[in-house]
Design a protein around this ligand. Structure first.
Ligand code: ADP
Ligand code: MG
Length: 723
């Protein structure tokens, strides 16, 4: 038996035991929830009233923190954290690596000869200095001026991360260079929230809303992932190094029987999920649903939506806890967008909405004609934004991993479109065609009711009919952006979304104001601006099957962009339109956009480079020797002419394998240091990646010819089905 078969055997005899870690019997769920978070309630209990008020003011409305309260807040946090076993604190940030970063500092500070005190000052809470030289900055700073700063984000509460031997107080922060350029995902996202708030309030005031003080986005992120038994995963260098399989013949059974989706969750997996949820619950992450996904070995969890900044931090924690907990359960959790060829990849559906601090969801119809006009305007504004800036939205999902998923007839395609459903589309059509109040609506009942906007009659709540193939779907009272990849930080996508929606709100408000200045009533102005917008963004609306070839052709006729991969997307970062948009709203400076372009391109090259090198190594040191051994074993047994045909085929394919390895090596060597990063990225896609594909095809073919006992890599069937 080889190592692979041994692993299979040991998994086969494993029994799931109760860990005792998760204890819902003696502890109340509601008591566990957020027990490791420095919540508003804890703050209220531990801070002097005026300090608490001042902090809450900053949390709610942003702006600077009163520096005089920082030491008081820090001391309260420290005491609370130490009572929960924390010995260290850490500024926690989201650099451009895609993950999170943390550096732990001890509370313990020497004070006098062999004496120490526990210290955590206001300054230590507010600001950290961090060597930025090892984080991607895309040329924003040279190594000699490597200082980067982490700055406390009071709108996301501090929390405690436990480990088997202790605990750390974690402070969510932004990460900026000493010149103030953002080096992270959070800073621009917070900036985008500010402008969205400003422009949305402007529109609300036009509608006569004087009570809302703040508009905020809500976000609920569904997370898909794969679980693979660790004993098998560690025998796949490609999974360990690249997070995805680079080889693997298609198994006799994939996902075609569709017997996995929403099927009974295997007990061992359920034990894992329960512990994940328990850990997340302590951190105040409101996980709501869990289920099997479409592909074998694929699962999903989703939280209840939250205010967007908190939801994003929680999303990062979800990924971290999934990975950590998997290890404890003998699994490897694969968050890669496409770990297995031929079965569905994993995405991250971003459910996004906007609402007021008075509790109104602006994407939900109301009870009065005015509120329905407002509802339609907000929906229309989002559609306009997606139409006008669909390339930017596409860019926000571009990673070398997600390239294998988008457009692979499973996930949403790379072509951006908006699904509104028939009723809503009819209403918009009706408005766009300029019908007046007295005219009969030729469309559905819904459109009948919408006759003569703005004196809309009561609109039914959106029926929420679903189109699973759409990359950007209106689902009742929120939009669901499905193109984001499973391992991505959603902040990139929502930063773009917030900004482009802010721009459209700005556009709508300005147009309504100018129509009114020209003598129109408010209602007439809203109607004509709506009609104007709808006529403009109509091509982005698509209710049909996004996976079909027809749509590819139809979208081309409509003039919609089809940016197929990351390399296609890269130029969008620094197009004049992008620089103008992000500059105008202060979300990214031009140099920040250049830096992000550089980081994305470099990351693309590194990922493909590592994958290609891994393939060569695996092919040379594992696959080639296995096939040769197989050949040698086989040789003496082949006696007849027919039997020798087996050898002939093996020899042919072996030659092809050797050639494919050589070709890939040659292509990889074709990446020259003098190339610009864009040239490199293009070369990786057009030359290296094709070489990788060719090598895989022949290696996978040989997997089906080689004796099972000899084949070193756990097979797809083993990885996907054995748990
Ligand atoms: P699906 O059919 O896509 O699974 P669900 O109704 O289960 O849809 O909701 C998916 C996600 O949408 C959940 O995370 C949920 O919290 C989130 N969601 C619901 N309402 C809103 C909202 N107003 N804003 C943001 N997210 C929301
Ligand atoms: Mg969904």
């Amino acid at each position: 038996m080889n190592a692979r078969q041994n692993a299979v055997k040991s998994i086969g005899t494993q029994v799931t035991t109760r860990s005792g870690l998760v204890d819902y019997q003696t502890r109340d769920l509601t008591e566990i929830y957020a027990s490791l978070v420095f919540t508003e309630a804890v703050q209220k209990e531990r801070l002097p009233a005026e300090v608490f008020e001042s902090l809450q003011q900053t949390v709610r409305c942003g702006g600077g923190l009163d520096p005089t309260i920082a030491p008081i807040v820090a001391a309260a946090m420290r005491d609370w954290a130490m009572e929960h076993g924390a010995t260290h604190y850490s500024h926690w940030f989201q650099p451009m690596t895609g993950g999170t970063a943390e550096k732990h500092d001890s509370f313990l500070t020497p004070s006098g000869f062999l004496k120490a005190i526990a210290k955590f000052s206001g300054n230590e809470l507010i600001r950290g200095e961090s060597d930025a030289s090892s984080f991607p900055s895309g040329g924003l700073r040279a190594t000699f001026e490597a200082r980067g700063y982490t700055a406390w984000d009071p709108s996301s509460p501090a929390f405690i991360l436990q480990n088997p031997n202790g605990a750390t107080l974690v402070i969510p922060t932004m990460f900026v260079s000493w010149t103030g350029d953002s080096l992270d995902q959070k800073t621009p996202m917070l900036r985008s929230l500010d402008v969205l708030n400003r422009e949305a309030l402007r529109v609300l005031r036009l509608f006569g809303n004087t009570t809302a003080n703040h508009v905020e986005c809500t976000l609920g992120v569904e997370q898909e992932y794969f679980l693979v038994d660790r004993r098998l995963a560690i025998q796949r260098p490609d999974l360990i190094v690249c997070g995805r399989t680079l080889f693997g013949a298609r198994p006799p059974k994939g996902q075609e029987l569709e017997d996995n989706y929403f099927g009974a969750i295997p007990e061992r997996v359920l034990a894992f999920m329960t512990e994940v949820e328990f850990e997340l619950m302590k951190l105040g992450v409101p996980i709501k649903t869990r289920h099997n996904e479409v592909a074998p070995g694929q699962f999903e969890l989703a939280p209840t939506f939250e205010s967007i900044n908190l939801a994003l931090d929680h999303q990062m924690l979800v990924m971290q806890i999934l990975r950590q907990t998997a290890r404890r359960h003998g699994f490897v959790c694969l968050l890669h967008e496409k770990p297995f060829a031929g079965v569905n990849g994993s995405g991250k559906h971003n459910n996004w909405s906007i609402g007021t601090d008075t509790g109104e969801n602006l994407l939900e119809p109301g009870d009065t004609p005015e509120s329905n006009a407002q509802y339609l305007l907000f929906c229309a504004v989002v559609c306009r934004a997606v139409h006008k800036y669909s390339r930017l939205l596409r860019l926000s999902t571009a990673t070398p991993h997600n390239d294998f998923r988008l457009g692979a007839a499973e996930a949403p395609p790379a072509i951006m479109s908006v699904y509104l459903g028939k009723e809503m589309t009819d209403i918009l059509d009706f408005i766009a065609d300029g019908h007046t109040e007295s005219e009969e609506a030729p469309h559905s009942d819904e459109a009948q009711r919408a006759i003569g906007l703005p004196i809309l009659k009561k609109l039914k709540r959106h029926s929420g009919d679903r189109n699973r193939t759409s990359p950007f779907a209106f689902t009742g009272n929120k939009f669901e952006f499905r193109a984001v990849g499973s391992s991505q930080n959603s902040a990139a996508a929502v930063t773009v979304l917030n900004t482009i929606v802010a721009e459209s709100l700005d556009f709508a408000a300005t147009r309504i104001e100018s129509e009114m200045a020209g003598g129109k009533t408010f209602k007439a102005a809203v109607r004509s601006v709506l009609a104007e917008m709808i006529r403009e963004f109509r091509p982005i609306l698509f209710n049909g099957d996004n996976y079909s070839q027809d749509w590819v052709e139809e979208s081309e006729r409509r003039g919609l962009p089809n940016l197929r991969d990351t390399v296609d997307c890269l130029p969008v970062f620094t197009e004049p339109e992008s620089i103008e948009l992000f500059g105008k709203y202060g979300v990214f400076t031009e140099s920040e956009l250049h830096s992000r372009q550089e980081i994305t391109a470099e990351n693309y090259c590194m990922v493909r480079g590592i994958e290609a090198a891994s393939m060569i190594r695996i092919a040379q040191t594992m696959i080639l020797p296995a096939v040769i051994r197989h050949k040698v074993n086989l040789l003496p047994g082949l006696t007849t002419v027919t039997q020798r045909k087996i050898m002939q085929e093996l020899d042919e394919k072996l030659d092809m394998l050797v050639q494919a390895i050589e070709t890939l090596k040659r292509r990889l060597a074709g990446v020259k240091p003098e190339m610009s990063v864009m040239e490199k990225a293009t070369f990786y896609r057009d030359s290296v990646q094709k070489g990788m594909y060719a090598l895989r095809v022949i290696a996978d073919y040989l997997e089906n010819l080689t004796e099972d006992e000899i084949w070193p890599l756990p097979s797809y069937a083993e990885l996907l089905f054995i748990r």
